[in-house]
Design a protein around this ligand. Structure first.
Ligand SMILES: C[S@@+](CC[C@H](N)C(=O)[O-])C[C@H]1O[C@@H](n2cnc3c(N)ncnc32)[C@H](O)[C@@H]1O
Length: 265
């Protein structure tokens, strides 16, 4: 995939959204992203380093090589100054690493953007040592439901699904992690759903997830959605204000991420 076709783009606001997302979901997603000291771990599709900051902090003795196709994102990630992370520009489909090199691999919110996630996983299994583990974390927009319900909000979410599909990706990939890991040759596969349930008794999640992660992501495709004629500007704006409405006093928002683990035989 050429970075220009990446649906979320590489704006400063998107970089901030990735950081908000990573910070808000740290416990839910990474409480079990634990690697043994002295392991060398590949993080594929690290972006601006939002997840790298977390996994390197909770695994201070582990060495991470974190790669992304976007030079701009890698440049920004390096500014984090993470001592146990080496950031490199590389394509997940053609990694500049020898076979059987890494003790483990972690991939977070990347497969959903790829036209062939299976080819990416085959490349990742190539560079993983026999006995090494992969961790894959993805969302699934089909798992989004909320109160108050809104057809406009659902249509706005569907704009993101359609635009991502047009770019070759799949916003509903979470449900496919098991079959993808299976097809790419991993064994001992376990997938665990990680549900985010948000109501106003959880202000941290209202801000960090409902507003700054999910709604901000859908808002980010506004121009493309209108340009492609998927919704009118008024309809899209109504969808976004209805999503923000779910962050109100009596609002509820639910979404499920999926974390898959598998081992190379
Ligand atoms: C949604 S971002 C996730 C970034 C990071 N993992 C996080 O969770 O904050 C997806 C990332 O995948 C990267 N990406 C897309 N195609 C890629 C490829 N072929 N090789 C490497 N990275 C790729 C994009 O540049 C982008 O930084």
């Amino acid at each position: 995939m050429h970075p220009e076709t990446y649906v979320h783009g590489y704006s400063l606001r998107e970089g901030q959204r990735l950081n908000d997302q990573a910070e808000t979901l740290e416990q839910l997603i990474h409480h079990d992203s634990i690697f043994a000291p002295n392991m060398v771990v590949l993080e594929a599709g690290c972006g601006v380093g939002a997840q790298s900051g977390i996994i390197s902090r909770i695994n201070p003795q582990t060495q991470f090589i974190s790669v992304d196709i976007s030079e701009k994102s890698i440049h920004q990630a390096r500014k984090l100054g993470l001592k146990n992370v080496d950031f490199k520009c590389a394509d997940i489909f053609n990694l500049p690493f020898e076979d059987n090199l890494f003790d483990a691999v972690i991939v977070c919110f990347v497969l959903e953007h790829l036209s062939s996630p299976l080819s990416a996983l085959k490349e990742l299994i190539r560079v993983l040592k026999p006995g090494g583990q992969i961790m894959v974390i993805e969302g699934d927009h089909g798992s989004a439901y909320f109160y108050p319900d809104s057809e406009f909000a659902k249509q706005a979410i569907n704009c993101q699904v359609k635009l991502q599909k047009k770019n070759g990706g799949n916003s509903n990939i979470g449900r496919e992690i098991y079959p993808l890991l299976h097809k790419s040759g991993f064994s001992d596969i376990h997938v665990s759903p990680r549900m985010v349930y948000v109501d106003s008794s959880k202000p941290f999640f209202v801000e960090g997830f409902t507003k700054n992660t999910f709604t901000a992501m859908i808002e980010g495709v506004k121009e493309q959605a209108i340009y492609e004629g998927l919704m009118s500007e008024n309809e899209f704006n109504k969808g976004i204000s209805d999503l923000y409405r779910t962050a109100g006093e009596d609002g509820v928002f639910c979404y499920t991420f999926f974390k898959g683990k598998g081992v190379k035989k």
